[in-house]
Design a protein. Structure first.
Length: 190
């Protein structure tokens, strides 16, 4: 018997039995994931994703993470660093997010780390496919004059929104985004 905090399943389900369908294995990884730690751009922001996900990094910035499976959702990250015309303090993170137009659609939450979070969602259409995108913008202040905004997004097909597997994946990503760690140093650390 293999047990996790979430559920106990026979070893055949938790193990690597070849008789399992890929859907059951995928569901098992969703409810009992193993993680890998991402040190984006050498640690500008550090967070975790499911260990079996692929990583792609754009040369000019940004990254995509996804399961190598048909119609799998994509988790993305973009970061901007800006210099403020007025002084910033360690308590300025909510103010940084309040300047974004998206702040009108969702509430800004202070995080225990001193960062602030804005979560919102949008529908979109890409090449005839209806999509649903959840965004998390996380502000991190580097006093006295700089701030970073990391925008994470999770894009899935609109028809997948009610699927328990993807709802759990979204909950998992929400926890990991909220726990992300930012470098206290300005600039790329690698």
């Amino acid at each position: 018997m293999s047990c996790s905090r979430l559920l106990c399943l026979p070893d055949a389900i938790g193990g690597s039995s070849p008789s399992l369908t890929s859907d059951v294995r995928r569901l098992w990884r969703t409810v009992n994931p193993e993680f890998k730690t991402i040190l984006y751009r050498g640690g500008v922001v550090t967070f975790r994703i499911p260990a079996h996900w692929r990583e792609e990094y754009a040369p000019d910035g940004g990254a995509s993470f996804y399961e190598d499976a048909p119609d799998s959702p994509t988790f993305r990250l973009e970061i901007i660093t800006a210099k403020s015309p007025s002084p910033l303090t360690s308590a300025s993170a909510p103010d940084v997010l309040a300047a974004l137009r998206q702040s009108a659609t969702g509430g800004i939450e202070p995080l225990p780390s001193g960062c602030a979070l804005l979560r919102y969602a949008q529908s979109a259409v890409d090449r005839g496919h209806r999509l649903y995108i959840t965004y998390w913008s996380v502000a991190h202040v580097l006093p006295p004059s700089h701030a970073r905004v990391a925008t994470f997004s999770y894009t899935l097909l609109d028809r997948q929104r009610s699927d328990v597997r993807f709802q759990r994946e979204l909950e998992l990503l929400d926890r990991e985004v909220r726990a992300s760690i930012f470098s206290p140093e300005l600039g790329v650390t690698a």
